[in-house]
Structures are given as structure tokens and as C-alpha cells.
Unconditional design. Sequence first.
Length: 117
Amino acid sequence: MQYLHQLLGTAILAVAALYLVVAVLAAWLDRWHPPLARSGAALTGLLAVQAAVGAIRYLSGARPEEGLHLLYGLAIVGLMPLAATFASEAPPRSKSAVTGVAAGLALLLAWRLLSTG
């Protein structure tokens, strides 16, 4: 289960980085907004799966090295839905920019989560 948790964490790093690049391009070029919104939902789903695996590990007795790991885990799961809600009334270009910022924050949190193991 630990290997799966680490593998998903690395995948989240890659997906968040890719999402960030695409969101910046979408906002800059004013294109790809609907697929970007769907991929944001996919990123959120991946984060939820990672949180579920982490919860299973926690309940089975595997505790993180730092207590902040749990707080960061909760924060990263809520980032994309919060950004989408925050920008729900915004034009597509602005919504892509806001979700891009959220993906950047998710990237930083994912990096920190991997280091707090």
C-alpha cells in the first residue's frame, strides 16, 4: 500500500504540473477551456483516490512522519473544487487562470506531501 501511495503521489506531481502548463496556455491563448475543466475534475478524482489510499494506510497503523501531512492532504483535495467554485461566474479565460493557480498550489503541496512522507 505504501508503494501505491508513493506512486500516486508522483503521478499527482506530474498531472498537476501538466495541468498548470495547459491552464496557463489556455488562459493566454483563450482556448481549450471545456477540456481543461474536465481534466480539473479528473485531477480532483485522482487526489480523492490518493486521499482514500492514505486514509486506509492511516487506519492500518502507518502514520506519516509529520502531522502536517494530514493537513496538507486535506488541503490539496479541496483546492481544485474550491478554485472552480470561486471562478464559477468568471469568463472562461479567467476561470482557466484561477484553476491554473490552484494547480500550481496543488503542485507545491504535492511536492511537500512527498517530502513529509
